[in-house]
Design a binder for this molecule. Structure first.
Ligand code: HEM
Ligand code: NAG
Ligand code: NAG
Ligand code: NAG
Length: 323
């Protein structure tokens, strides 16, 4: 009964606040900054153990926001009612960081039940990972709701595979998602951290080494890390120079033809994108400043604020009607 009353008052609350709600106003249980500091403590603890989780959280946000907006849809587990959630999509190979979101949700539900959505938690967590990894700070909107739909084929239609060329990337980022060419180049710089499975790029190594790759690097580094017909799908660092640092090294790697994905190389194929790659590779600080602008844009894509369309999940892995 008490829960019903609580829930009802949230519905009223969400029906009356403007779409860019910045604060949680429910009876002082959690302010935005309370919620943010709980998430941050969980993220910091996780990254002190393993910086790779930070890469996972940044990618998780991207994969959430490009499919139905930043609505936590990527977090939903497969169930008998929904056997093909986004997690099953081919483009979602290697997603990680879910346990961090679960931990934050658990603490927030204890402190202020039903107030902070999983979509907000993920946006905060990715932001905290960025700050932990290189000190870049930015603000994201709070008060978004969690979606109720998660569909693998939508993830495959809205996320870029590593085989995309520049035109395909621009069609997706600019035409479909309303970002800019600059956002595309800036956000691609996230490939300065984290790892890839061999299967995501071995088409560039076998049977022949792609001419878009540095031949020596491909032959002596990537082919050794990813042998042909290996029985396990190995992993390699995306940035072979500073693998754990969230820095602008990615752009130097692109210019050197030493990045694993064809999509990374393809940023060299127009004057506009190439000029940006050169700028970020050569002007210290430019990429960091622009990343702090593009990340909040990504984090605030197509938020659900209408209570008819969303909810605040009790568990980030299941919709409430199924919990
Ligand atoms: C531009 C088009 C993009 C393509 C084609 C792409 C593709 C990929 C692929 C194939 C992987 C490796 C998956 C695996 O094999 O395990 C990966 C990893 C990663 N991507 Fe992207 N990505 C793109 C843009 C982005 C953006 C915009 C971000 C974030 C802002 C991002 C962040 C990451 C991170 C951090 C990793 C490493 C994840 C980890 O180590 O857990 N990517 N990406
Ligand atoms: C975030 O917002 C707060 C409060 O509005 C402000 O004080 C702070 O400077 C902002 N931080 C950044 C990095 O923009
Ligand atoms: C998932 O999305 C696809 C493509 O938009 C659609 O055809 C399909 O019916 C959806 N599946 C479910 C279970 O809603
Ligand atoms: C690749 O490396 C092998 C030995 O590791 C060498 O025999 C071969 O000539 C190299 N090929 C190219 C194209 O560099």
């Amino acid at each position: 009964m008490k829960n019903k009353v609580l829930l009802f008052s949230f519905f009223l609350l969400y029906a009356t606040i403007p779409s860019n709600a910045q604060y949680y106003k429910h009876e002082g249980t959690c302010s935005k900054s309370d919620a943010e500091s709980i998430v941050k403590s969980v993220v910091v603890a996780a990254l002190e153990e393993d910086r790779g989780v930070g890469a996972g959280l940044i990618r998780l946000l991207f994969h959430d926001c490009f499919v139905r907006g930043c609505d936590g849809s990527v977090l939903l587990d497969k169930s008998d009612r929904n056997p093909y959630p986004e997690k099953q999509a081919k483009n979602n190979i290697g997603l990680q960081g879910f346990e961090v979101i679960d931990k934050a949700k658990f603490l927030l539900e204890k402190r202020c039940p039903g107030v902070v959505s999983c979509a907000d938690i993920l946006a905060f967590a990715a932001r905290d990972a960025v700050e932990f990894l290189n000190g870049i700070g930015y603000n994201v909107t709070a008060g978004r709701l969690d979606g109720k739909v998660s569909n693998a084929s939508e993830a495959d239609q809205n996320l870029p595979p590593p085989t995309y060329n520049r035109q395909q990337l621009e069609d997706l980022f600019v035409t479909k998602k309303g970002l800019t060419v600059e956002d595309l180049v800036v956000l691609s710089g996230a490939h300065t951290i984290g790892q890839s499975h061999c299967s995501s790029f071995t088409n560039r190594l076998y049977p022949n080494i792609d001419s878009t790759l540095d031949q020596d690097f491909a032959n002596n580094t990537l082919r050794k890390q990813c042998p042909e017909n290996a029985c396990v799908d190995g992993v390699v660092n995306l940035d072979h120079v500073t693998p754990d640092a969230l820095d602008s090294q990615y752009y130097t790697n692109v210019l050197d033809l030493k990045t694993v994905f064809f999509s990374d190389w393809s940023l060299l194929t127009s004057q506009e994108t190439r000029d940006l790659v050169v700028q970020y590779a050569t002007k210290p600080g430019d990429w960091e400043a622009d990343f702090a602008v593009s990340m909040p844009k990504l984090s605030n894509l197509n938020l659900i604020t209408n209570p008819e369309e969303g909810e605040i999940r009790k568990s980030c892995r299941a919709v409430n009607s199924y919990y």
